[in-house]
Design a protein around this ligand. Structure first.
Ligand code: PXG
Length: 285
């Protein structure tokens, strides 16, 4: 059975799921998206993802042509149509087809796309032994140019950083903001553990307000681990006891080396492992 993809009210076979080459989502990266996880046949933190999608759309003057409730229903139907128990949902809203010019007023019919598919995860080895990352020269978009809080279809900033990381043999890469502070990785938020406290850059460091980040902050707080959202430098990373990344795809993944410096003792630390276990419990309950 072929995979079914939802486009604006209808399910299509994967090979027939097509949109116009005049869509400004393609021509200009003019649109927004979300990436979420399915655990046990249910989308994890769907409401938070829908809120963020609507906020991203609002920031770019994009009107999503359906209600959040109807989109939630369409997502559940697409997940069910594909018989997925564990997987990944990619939501895309494009500006719609228009003329060859930037003007979004000359487009019509924003497309709402739902792809529900299996997910390729990081190798198990990363969760057991940790990941090595490097800081790349591509800085995070200046928040006054294009806010990193907008999960827009224009992901070149992150892609350039990802390429730099891959060229250095790293699956993830650390990006700094325009002030030289630690921002986030190309598709994951960053956390440190220092003297029993959890440290992570604040949203105004110019990062995506990650949903997994928020879950980890909740879990840490419940466990009595103090959490501080404060500006961090690369130096803070190097001298941290532990480091880990969070993201819908990655979940919670330990980092054991940054810019060739061993973090802590070079093994995933106890606080990281505790939070990985708790995250696993809340997603697979
Ligand atoms: N920062 C950036 C720049 C992201 O794109 C995160 C942090 C983590 O946010 P969440 O809400 O997922 O905890 C992201 C999310 C993909 C993919 O297909 C990318 C993300 C999430 C899921 C899938 O590459 N990035």
């Amino acid at each position: 059975m072929s995979l079914k993809v939802y486009i604006s009210g209808q399910l299509y076979d994967k090979d027939d799921a097509k949109i116009s080459v005049y869509d400004h989502g393609l021509l200009y990266g003019d649109g927004v998206f979300e990436g979420m996880r399915i655990y046990g046949g249910k989308v994890f933190r769907m409401q938070e993802h829908l809120d963020r999608l609507w906020n991203s759309a609002k920031a770019i003057w994009l009107e999503i042509p359906m209600t959040p409730g109807d989109l939630a229903k369409a997502i559940d139907e697409t997940v069910a149509a594909n018989g997925l128990v564990d997987g990944y949902v990619r939501l895309v809203v494009t500006r719609g087809a228009g003329t060859l010019g930037l003007d979004p007023n000359r487009t019509s019919n924003p497309r709402v796309i739902i792809i529900a598919d299996k997910i390729t995860l990081y190798p198990q080895e990363y969760y057991e032994n940790g990941l090595e990352i490097i800081t790349v020269s591509t800085m995070r978009n200046h928040p006054a140019a294009l806010s990193p809080r907008v999960k827009s279809l224009n992901y070149l900033n992150n892609i350039l950083a990802k390429i730099e990381g891959l060229q250095a043999g790293c699956e993830e890469a650390l990006m700094l903001n325009h002030k030289g502070e630690v921002a986030e990785c190309t598709g994951d938020n960053l956390f440190l553990v220092k003297r029993g406290q959890l440290l992570t850059p604040p949203i105004d460091a110019g990062i995506l307000e990650g949903i997994t980040r928020a879950v980890v902050i909740e879990l840490a707080t419940e466990a009595g681990i103090p959490v501080r959202e404060i500006p961090l430098t690369r130096h803070d990373v190097y001298i941290a006891d532990e480091c880990f990344l969070t993201g819908s795809a990655a979940e919670v993944v330990p980092v054991v080396k940054v810019d060739s410096r061993r973090i802590g003792d070079g093994r995933p630390g106890p606080v990281t492992r505790q939070l990985m276990t708790r995250f696993h419990e809340v997603t697979r309950q």
